[in-house]
Design a binder for this molecule. Structure first.
Ligand code: ADP
Ligand code: ASP
Ligand code: MG
Length: 405
């Protein structure tokens, strides 16, 4: 008898018919004699709808109350899924994140899991039930409800698989695996059979929202092998696991595009020790997540510092940095919206050369201007104009011959 953790995302439980479809798929696994723990997301659109509702009450809703509100989305789905299973004769019981023993820190709206004591999950499984757990939520040691960041049901599934020492962890979604690019942007992208944690983590962090980045980080840390597959067909999906030697033979595994980026430049920064430290200390204190920091070569004792961040954080960044710009006697702060981050990812880049030249030649031939560049051992990221993002993704994808043959 195997213990299987299955996660069904928002689209897969998007309406009563789909919830019934999930129930019959779960029933098939259980009929094999396996124990099944099912993690579900809120029905598609529900979390966004709740956020919108909160914004109609307050422009800056209290984060504790946001978690109270958002956790109701998943709570609806666990009850409906358990009902659907009972309806077809399968014993089932639903649990909130707290009831499943998921304990987090107190950072509301993006809490981290501290530990899981899945005592009730085990008891209910041993009594013959399918156990349905609400994704995306937990509670603090003091009992406050928390959520795990957008897309956080992936994390619930992977963390539960680790805590329960599950034999299989399956992430069911609306695509039948991880593709070489988002199939919505590149329809001829091809399905990846196996991908390493590091590649999946980079792709997820750089815009491929098929997996929540933090969930992949967790899977890597606890070595949870998982499969991304479709709830709408029975095709084999993509296995995400530790890397093997043969994985390095592929130079570029995939391409991702992250929209909603902004670029901030502080110009005329005095070129002295301690100035960058001051800027980035303020950024850290404001809890701003920034990326791709570039400092120009100094001319006449001043330099420019540029970094990127999510467009939604731009107002906060301005508010934080305007006084700093004055204090360090820099010239000005220039903010630019309407940019995207395009990235190519592959562990094969460590041992193969020529990736940068293929990438830049393809973009140059298409007359797409590159505004910023950053690299790591297994990725190259570029900032480009938002309008050329989709076309650039296709061009780069094809330059590395990643499409279906
Ligand atoms: P769920 O609600 O099941 O969690 P998501 O909407 O969060 O599903 O993630 C699935 C979506 O991720 C797909 O519909 C697809 O458009 C998008 N996606 C982005 N990049 C990729 C990629 N490289 N491979 C597959 N899907 C991708
Ligand atoms: N419902 C949450 C969200 O929309 C969590 C999830 O779907 O994974 O972000
Ligand atoms: Mg998701």
């Amino acid at each position: 008898m195997a213990l299987i953790v299955q996660k069904y995302g928002g689209t897969s439980v998007g309406n009563p018919e789909r919830i019934k479809n999930v129930a019959s798929r779960v029933a098939e696994w259980r009929a094999r004699g396996d124990q099944v723990v099912v993690v579900v997301s809120a029905m598609s659109g529900v979390t966004d709808g709740l956020i919108k509702l909160a914004k109609e009450i307050s422009s800056e809703p209290a984060e504790r109350e946001m978690d109270m509100l958002l956790s109701t989305g998943e709570q609806t789905t666990i009850a409906l899924t358990a009902m659907a299973l009972k309806q077809i004769g399968v014993p089932a019981a639903s649990l909130t994140g707290a009831q499943a023993g998921i304990v987090t820190d107190g950072v509301h709206t993006r809490a981290r899991i501290c530990n899981i004591t899945p005592k009730r999950v085990h008891e209910l499984l041993d009594a013959g039930n399918v156990v349905i757990v609400a994704g995306f939520q937990g509670h603090t040691a003091e009992g406050a409800i928390t959520t795990l960041g957008r897309g956080g049901s992936d994390l619930t599934a992977i963390a539960l698989a680790a805590a329960l020492k599950a034999d299989l962890c399956q992430i069911y979604t609306d695509v039948d695996g991880v593709y070489t690019a988002d199939p919505r942007l590149v329809p001829h992208a091809s399905k990846i059979e196996e991908i390493s944690y590091d590649e999946m983590l980079e792709l997820a962090s750089l815009g491929a929202k098929v997996m929540q980045a933090r969930s992949v980080e967790f899977a890597k840390k606890f070595n949870v092998v998982f499969e991304v597959r479709s709830s709408f067909n029975k095709n084999a999906g993509t296995i995400v696991r530790e890397e093997t030697k043969s994985m390095e033979e592929v130079v570029v595994r995939g391409v991702s595009l992250e929209k909603n980026q902004a670029k901030v430049t502080i110009s005329g920064v005095p070129d002295q020790p301690g100035v960058a430290a001051k800027i980035f200390t303020f950024i850290a204190q404001a809890n701003l997540n920034i990326d791709m920091i570039v400092q120009n070569v100094s001319i006449h004792g001043t330099t420019d510092i540029t970094f990127t961040l999510n467009k939604d954080d731009l107002a906060k960044a301005r508010k934080t940095l305007d006084p700093v710009v004055k204090e360090i006697k820099a010239k000005e702060l220039i903010a630019q919206e309407g940019v995207s981050k395009l990235s190519v990812v592959g562990i094969g880049m460590r041992s193969h050369s020529g990736v940068a030249s293929t990438l830049f030649t393809a973009l140059a031939d298409a007359k797409i201007n590159v505004q910023m560049i950053s690299t790591s051992e297994i990725k190259i990221s570029l900032i480009i104009d938002e309008a050329s993002g989709p076309e650039a993704t296709k061009i780069v994808h094809d330059a590395f011959q990643l499409g279906k043959s």
